[in-house]
Write a protein that binds this ligand. Structure first.
Ligand SMILES: [Zn+2]
Length: 326
């Protein structure tokens, strides 16, 4: 399919890129785009240049359309820096939807991490392949390894919570910027020691939403005594539930019987109901009742010893059993 540069495709790849061609086959979708702007600021000196050096095609895997692997082919411009003072002679036009040197768009990386968060990398790789994303579990791990937290020394309101980096084994202290809840630091341990050191470099903090851990409270009190501390929503709810449980424990009986949505005064009478055979299921089960045979084809007879309770042998055994039990 062909597109004219005037048609508005800004919804997909930003206002400065337009789709000029799409191709679809049974197993993939290819989208071809170009930049509609023919000048760019040098990322090193900031001087705008429209001196085109060359173009090249950058191929990126994108979020799949209708579960088909989807690829974006961006025609990227390279510019000569027009600033004679600048050390950078040639620079590349940045793409708003993909970081430099990435082979996947930012939104696809976000999707991969969102899926991988809830399962193993191997499981995520399989689920993603069903969705139309081709990515190995090793690559998912590399995406994880690249995540870094950008600390903000000027942050004024933070949320602090303890997180298990290995369930019930290793704990860490996570610090979020309250403005948009993104993580700005992940500190070792949850005893407040690392938090105390971190707070010393973040003296602009005026408010902390934290969990109920007293270790955090004392660390904050010590370093930032003026700071307002509030319990976060989750922990407020937990406090409330704990308190309510306490109250109800005294008021309510240990067992409550409910039938058809009505609370009964006393335990209902136990009804015993005989369970009938499911005839249909029984019919469906085939049972081989033929006698077993050995390798020569002859029937294996089982000895069915008849027990004669009046035999002298039995009486003797019975007698000695009685003696032993007495
Ligand atoms: Zn420059």
């Amino acid at each position: 399919m062909k597109y004219s540069p005037s048609s508005d495709n800004s919804l997909l790849y930003g206002k400065n890129h337009f789709i000029y061609k799409t191709e679809e086959s049974d197993d993939r979708i290819d989208i071809f785009l170009k930049s509609s702007v023919h000048s760019c600021k040098c990322p090193f000196c900031g001087v705008e240049s429209s001196d085109l050096h060359a173009t090249y095609e950058r191929t990126l895997q994108d979020v799949p359309i209708r579960c088909k692997p989807t690829y974006v082919h961006a025609n990227v411009f390279k510019y000569n820096c027009v600033n004679a003072e600048c050390s950078q002679k040639v620079f590349m036009e940045p793409l708003p939807f993909a970081s430099a040197s990435q082979v996947r768009t930012d939104s696809l990386n976000a999707l991969v991490l969102a899926v991988a968060m809830f399962m193993s990398n191997e499981g995520a790789s399989t689920v993603l392949s069903l969705m139309g994303v081709t990515i190995s579990n090793d690559t998912i791990q590399r995406l994880y390894d690249r995540i870094e937290f950008k600390d903000d020394p000027d942050v004024e309101a933070v949320g602090i919570d303890d997180v298990a980096t290995r369930k019930a084994q290793t704990y860490a202290t996570a610090i979020y910027d309250m403005k948009d809840h993104h993580m700005i630091a992940l500190l070792e341990g949850r005893d407040g020691a690392s938090l105390k050191e971190w707070l010393k470099c973040h003296k602009k903090i005026r408010m902390v939403a934290r969990d109920r851990a007293s270790a955090y409270a004392s660390a904050i009190n010590e370093v930032l005594p003026e700071c307002t501390q509030v319990a976060d929503r989750f922990h407020l709810m937990q406090n409330l539930l704990d308190r309510m449980k306490e109250i109800f424990k005294n008021e309510l009986p240990s067992t409550i019987f409910i039938r058809d949505g009505v609370v009964l005064d006393k335990a209902p009478k136990k009804e015993t109901r005989e369970k009938a055979f499911d005839e249909k299921r029984l019919e469906g089960i085939s049972y081989d009742n033929s006698p077993p045979i050995d390798e020569n084809g002859t029937e294996i007879k089982f000895k069915s010893k008849k027990r004669d309770l009046n035999s002298t042998k039995y009486k003797k055994f019975a007698c000695s059993r009685k003696k032993n039990s007495n």
